[in-house]
Design a protein around this ligand. Sequence first.
Ligand SMILES: *Cc1c(COP(=O)(O)O)cnc(C)c1O
Length: 372
Amino acid sequence: MLLLIPGPVQTRPEVRSAMAVDIAPWDRDFFPESIAIREKVRDVAGGLPDRHVALPLQGAGHFIVEAAIRTFVPAAAGKLLVVSNGAYADRMERLAREAGRDVAILRIPDTRGVTPGEVAAALAADSAVTHLGIVYSETGSGIVNDVVAVGEVVRAAGRRMIVDGVSAFGALPFDLKAQPEVDAMVFTSNKCIEGLPGMGFAVCPIERVEASAGNAASWSFDLSDVYATGRRAGFGSFRFTPPVQALHAFGVALDIFIAEGGQPARLARYCENCRILYEGCVKLGLVPYLDWKEQGPIIALFHQPKHPGFKLLEFVEALKRRGVLISNFHNTVEPTFRIGCIGHVGPDEIRFAVGAIRGALEDLGVRQKNAA
Ligand SMILES: *Cc1c(COP(=O)(O)O)cnc(C)c1O
């Protein structure tokens, strides 16, 4: 089965088979491996050894996003402005509210990225805002927010930034040392690095982590405690049992990522995947959710055909019979279906998927067999 979902993504056999081992995470033999993974993650994020640190946290992407919010946005004097142009931004908002943080929303259509001018105006209008929360690649719609340009206005306004890079990290460029306004860039093991689910990471300036001790009001979600534990017990250690096989497999995936040419190579492959998918679906008469100029390389959405024969679940089942698995839900207001361009897939797989989409539309009677 070809998995075309925006995480967990299709992985390489050698990544999956790395899971088939027993490991004691607190065993001294595992420490060097765990430390090496953290250091490679820091380097991929553009962090510097003495200034930045990669902090791992067990669990899903939501957990690491919540941890970053709790750790860096002060409960009493902090306020998070969330750039809301999609479903994952809405999730960031909910995580912050349920953590008791003061939250404001900068609402933008989910069909385009936010402009630096919009962010600058919103920050100027609300001096209570301490942090901007932004989703780098909005997996809900496929748009990309320009984290570099937005970061510049955040820095100029003297505020801080938390970046949800869960579906971006490893594919879209990011350089932490060039963005001193960033408190945390967060991501997980199972998206663009093409590992298995189970681990989240936040890459942060050490100085900011140290200054945030006591903010989180949660032991589990306190990144400053993750850091303090590393200082005390060694950076290979974990406070609580990690999904150690997923971490081990992530290390394998990370080495493959680096050997393949890192972020530029991954971006090039995903861009090519996305272009073939977008153009192929347009040729089939499908209407993309985004204009090409707003289309990011991670996921592409298409409007559900208005034909009475089209039902999303039946379409997904028809595609599955043809060997392609896509999401059976959408999180846009308008009915769409979404196809991931990420994971261990290339142009051949995407061409195969376009053929399967054509076949599935025919199976449903939405498209005439042998139509142009
Ligand atoms: C996948 C994703 C998440 C986290 O999802 P989990 O299901 O919690 O792992 C968060 N933000 C973005 C942008 C994502 O794509």
